[in-house]
Design a protein around this ligand. Structure first.
Ligand code: FAD
Length: 324
């Protein structure tokens, strides 16, 4: 890949998402001597957001400010990014493999006639050629892919490529590109949140996930308490979601979210193949289950055989002692 790489940043609740900083690190890995350009599209407060991209390693940043960029739509964001691509002619484009990344990247790649590699978890350099590693068959195998034509377009899975350390002595230009976003067929009038937002599941470093063993919505309370002590996000198996113990937005697995935290604590989850598809690449897996034969123990690094309603309060007490 080339000299100039455009990183499409994403924001959440007025802040840059961590995966966008990871995308900057990925761009640096692909071309250490190249120029990394961070792009942030929003309706407000762009200067601060662009500055953060530079602190995390972008050589310069571009902002597109427009009222139509308040909430994500593929049409409005697509027009903004395409205008910047036309302006900058980058040699590569990277963004997070998030819901927005999954929606936007194929549309843009097809318009730009780019080769697209999605959900990359690592990058190797073979001579001058970046090779992207991505999981296939629900994480049971990995493939190594290269792009042979068009502007290489990559999406990276959150939590796999470490972001550079934030360094507020880094500096770089920030330029605004005016884009006339028009002829939108849909606009977002309002976003009504369904659940109160805690730590974002897909980017969480620690996840406490509950399964059918939790037995009720009330049974999730100790898991939330443990999550709070650990600064973790709460997730769930489909068993727990189907039983109405929690919202489907927490579901992890083949038909839920794919997560790669540093620590995954599976509580009362049997370890069905469809659940493992969403979490088996977690760096450290701890399973708590009263059945010593439960399949989850086959992939766990640490296992606790016991009743979760006895084990979780003990963990909360112990973690509270070491929490700062
Ligand atoms: P169970 O299998 O019922 O396991 C509950 C566990 O809790 C048991 O191991 C039990 O020993 C333990 N337990 C019970 N009481 C206690 C206690 N007091 N203390 C400690 N342990 C206790 N599943 C997903 O999770 N994600 C998906 O995305 C997903 N997609 C699917 C897609 C398809 C097409 C299909 C067919 C299935 C999918 N499933 C998915 C469902 C999956 O097959 C399992 O049914 C589901 O994961 C089981 O959830 P569970 O482990 O919570 O429940």
């Amino acid at each position: 890949m080339s000299e100039k790489i455009l990183v499409i940043a994403e924001t959440k609740e007025g802040e840059i998402r961590n995966v966008s900083f990871e995308a900057i690190a990925a761009a640096k890995k692909i071309k250490p001597d190249g120029e990394v350009i961070g792009l942030v599209c929003a309706d407000d407060d762009l200067e601060n957001l662009a500055q953060e991209l530079i602190y995390y390693g972008a050589d310069r940043a571009i902002t597109v400010k427009n009222d139509n960029l308040k909430s994500y739509t593929s049409e409005a964001f697509g027009q903004a990014v395409l205008a910047v691509v036309e302006h900058e002619s980058p040699d590569g484009i990277i963004m997070g493999h998030t819901s927005i990344g999954k929606d936007l990247s194929p549309k843009l790649a097809s318009k730009l006639e780019s080769g697209l590699i999605s959900d990359a978890i690592d990058i190797e350099i073979d001579g001058d050629q970046p090779v992207f590693i991505r999981p296939i068959y629900s994480g049971k195998a990995f493939e190594k892919k290269v792009i042979t034509s068009g502007i290489p377009f990559i999406t990276i899975r959150p939590n796999n490529i470490a972001a550079l350390d934030r360094d507020d002595s880094r500096s770089g230009n920030i330029n605004n590109v005016d884009v006339d976003i028009k002829d939108l067929r849909t606009i977002v009038k309002e976003v009504v949140r369904k659940t109160s937002e805690g730590v974002d599941l897909s980017e969480a470093k620690v996840i406490v996930a509950g399964g059918r063993g939790v037995k009720s919505a009330d049974g999730f309370k100790p898991l939330y308490e443990l999550a709070e002590v650990l600064g973790a996000a709460v997730g769930a198996s489909r068993g727990a979601c189907d039983a109405d113990y929690c919202d489907y937005s927490l579901q992890i697995g083949q038909t839920g979210k794919v997560v790669t935290p540093d620590l995954y604590i599976a509580v009362g989850i049997s370890g069905a193949i469809q659940h493992l598809a969403g979490m088996s690449n977690s760096k450290v897996i701890v399973a708590i289950n009263k059945d010593p034969e439960a399949n989850i123990f086959n992939i766990a690094d640490y296992g606790i055989v016991g009743d979760l309603f006895e084990v979780i309060p003990m963990l909360i007490e112990e973690f509270k002692k070491v929490a700062v």
